[in-house]
Write a protein that binds this ligand. Structure first.
Ligand code: NAD
Length: 370
């Protein structure tokens, strides 16, 4: 077979796999209100991951002490999702680690390193796919500027699902982007449901549908179809380029409430939003599916922080925000509020520069306030 035929054959296989994925998309939702025992998996990750997770575990131990003792909550350390083990096994998520993960209901995960180039897929992308975590929810708020945004990023499709499966021909490389009806409908439904139940009146759909006509065109059309079931919510459309500018436009940015986007745009713009809030070290993120959910900081493993010997200043605020989201997800809203309130009231901020507040001393202060 020549190279063109091989590429076409590989594309045909991709299309068949995607059609199969859609067939298995619907599953029953876990009901945490009636579950007698919930298992929380803790994954350290790489780089600053184990350091910030150490602080997150101290806080979790205090908040869930009674439930861990009574057995209504089981906390399980999951080993082996490290860059060393993943490279050795040549698997983004080694099989035995995935088996452990699937025994849990929810996960709190430290950041994981993705080697640049090469064939190794990101552990996050693999986990989102394997656990079908289709909604990536990222809240950003700045009280004194009246900013209260919640981003609903589609998490299992777009450029990411086939990101490691592109084809190369002589002098040419092609990647693939996929958007499905069901995949879009369920993320749109999740965003509108959130808006409806949290008093939000505006939802903004963000794409590049003027250029990516098929995939983003479908995304926009389906989101508008879903919107018809939510007459109390005003819906508007933006292209990702102007939306990126909108977030730094102080005249209008406080008017945005819920933002619904495909995977890649959501990935990029939520880092911008987190930076506006105070840096990627300050934002938490939830990856939610019907059966499983995974909570994490929005940032990566910060290898430069370690190289510079500044690991004590790895900020755990991001993973603690994710921990609060996890507690809310498993219907422990009272405990989530205690943590959020302690974080709001905490006078300290992790900082290398002036105050010298380390991740550990910041967490000491949080524990005092709980
Ligand atoms: P990064 O988010 O790790 O770091 C970006 C900048 O933010 C750096 O200056 C870093 O020092 C700083 N920073 C990040 N978290 C911080 C914290 N808690 N406290 C203080 N400063 C913090 O981004 P990167 O350098 O582009 O990525 C490093 C690795 O992480 C890559 O391998 C990337 O693929 C991976 N990554 C993983 C995830 C994840 O697991 N969810 C997300 C993004 C990137």
């Amino acid at each position: 077979m020549n190279e063109l035929d091989l590429a076409c054959e590989s594309f045909r296989k991709l299309l068949q796999e995607q059609m199969q994925r859609v067939e298995h998309m619907n599953s029953d939702k876990t009901d945490f209100t009636s579950k007698p025992c919930i298992t929380i998996g803790l994954i350290d990750g790489d780089g600053i991951g184990p350091l910030i997770m150490k602080q997150a575990k101290r806080v979790m131990g205090k908040l869930l002490d009674d439930e861990i003792s009574s057995g209504t909550i089981v906390v399980k350390d999951i080993e082996g999702l490290t860059i060393e083990n993943r490279l050795q096994k040549k698997q983004a998520v080694p099989t035995e680690v995935l088996e452990q993960i699937k025994t849990c209901d929810v996960l709190l995960k430290g950041p994981t390193t993705t080697p640049m180039g090469g064939k190794m897929e990101s552990a996050n992308v693999a986990l989102r796919r394997e656990l079908d975590l289709y909604a990536n929810v990222r809240p950003v708020s700045i009280q004194d500027q009246n900013i209260d945004w919640v981003f609903y990023r589609e998490n299992t499709e777009g450029e990411y699902v086939l990101g490691s499966r592109g084809v190369e021909l002589p002098g040419m490389a092609v990647d693939f982007k996929v958007t499905t009806d069901l995949g879009t409908r369920r993320i749109a439904r999740a965003a509108f449901e959130y808006a409806k139940h949290n008093g939000k009146t505006r939802l903004s759909i963000v794409t590049k549908a003027n250029i990516m006509k098929k995939t983003d065109g479908k995304f926009t059309a389906i989101c508008h179809e879903v919107a018809k079931d939510y007459p109390g919510i005003t819906v508007d459309d933006w292209y990702i380029d102007i939306m990126t500018a909108n977030l730094v436009n102080e005249q209008i940015r406080d008017q945005f409430q819920v933002v619904l986007l495909p995977n890649l745009y959501g990935d990029i713009i939520t880092d911008e939003a987190a930076q506006i809030q105070g840096g990627v070290g300050t934002a938490g993120s939830a990856n939610i599916g019907d059966r499983f959910a995974m909570f994490e900081a929005i940032h990566g493993s910060a290898p430069r922080l370690i190289e510079q010997g500044l690991q004590d200043y790895a900020n755990p605020a991001s993973i603690l925000k994710a921990e609060a989201m996890l507690l809310r997800h498993i219907c422990r809203a009272d405990k989530a509020e205690r943590l959020e309130k302690a974080m709001q009231q905490c006078p300290l901020m992790v900082s290398v520069d002036d105050s010298g507040v380390t991740g550990e001393s910041y967490t000491d202060a949080i524990l005092q306030l709980l």
